[in-house]
Write a protein of this length. Structure first.
Length: 277
């Protein structure tokens, strides 16, 4: 019992530390650039690292495929949140968005777990998410600066505990359920809560709308992990597959970040020209 508690605590603290360090950077960069970091596999990444040490590569591959498919649910989640924030408070908006995610995951659970169905689910989620977009400022810095360490620490602790709980019990849940739980956007929820408290609900909505593009960094992690760990395709060990997935996610994140910097500069230049005119 003591060893299990120690293992759980170590996983929770390690993941919480990662989330805390990233959150301090993300809050200073505006919605789009914040979403680049938010959409990295900050929840699933550490979780799958611990899982890779405890389960077979085949288990890991199946779980990663389900996490990729659950990206469709994440896109539905962002769409419902973006629209809900027009009329409702943060808690109601998160509740509505979570119901949308649950509906998407329920549909996913009815499908056979294979790559074709996963792609269909993601494309479906992308269409729903895009249809729910609305005009929001994605590139301006927040109008005020806040240093509410209690909120940041609570967010980090919540993410760390969720990852530790799933990683510790992964072998009992099965690969499909583990993948789906890692696919729940707990980092999105925590980030949206924190940003809505500090900068307003519109800022949090703009961040999640930006994440509809930047979530591709997370999706690339899941896909590479799935194919690399599949004994019939990659045949790599769990830890090797995890490293490849992280590398792919970082590469995609850097590319999207570069695009974001360009768009941010273009947006600022356009605003300055308009004010001069």
């Amino acid at each position: 019992m003591f060893e299990l508690l120690l293992d759980f605590t170590g996983k929770a603290l390690a993941t919480a530390l990662v989330l805390f360090l990233v959150s301090r950077v993300a809050e200073r960069l505006g919605p789009f650039m914040a979403s680049v970091l938010m959409a990295m596999p900050m929840n699933a990444g550490p979780g799958y690292f611990f899982v890779s040490l405890e389960v077979s590569p085949q288990f890991l591959s199946k779980g990663a495929l389900m996490s990729f498919a659950a990206t469709g649910g994440v896109l539905v989640f962002t769409g419902f949140y973006i629209q809900s924030t027009r009329r409702f408070s943060f808690l109601k908006s998160i509740g509505i968005a979570s119901l949308g995610w649950l509906a998407a995951v329920w549909i996913l659970g009815k499908l056979e777990a294979n790559f074709q169905n996963a792609m269909i689910t993601v494309i479906f989620g992308l269409v729903i998410g895009i249809m729910m977009r609305r005009p929001l400022d994605l590139f301006s810095n927040p109008s005020s600066s806040s240093k509410k360490w209690s909120i940041i620490l609570l967010r980090s602790a919540a993410g760390g505990l969720s990852v530790a709980a799933i990683a510790t019990t992964a072998s009992m849940l099965g690969p499909e359920m583990t993948g789906l739980l890692f696919g729940y956007p707990i980092t999105f929820v925590a980030t949206a809560w924190m940003l809505s408290k500090q900068y307003g609900i519109e800022f949090s909505a703009a961040t999640l709308q930006s994440a509809q593009l930047t979530v591709s960094a997370y999706a690339s992690f899941c896909l590479v992990l799935h194919f690399a760990a599949d004994p019939e395709i990659g045949g790599f060990t769990g830890l090797e597959s995890w490293g490849m997935g992280i590398g792919a996610s970082l590469l995609v994140g850097i590319l999207i970040g570069g695009v974001g910097i360009f768009l941010r500069r273009t947006s600022k230049t356009g605003s300055e020209n308009s004010s001069l005119g």
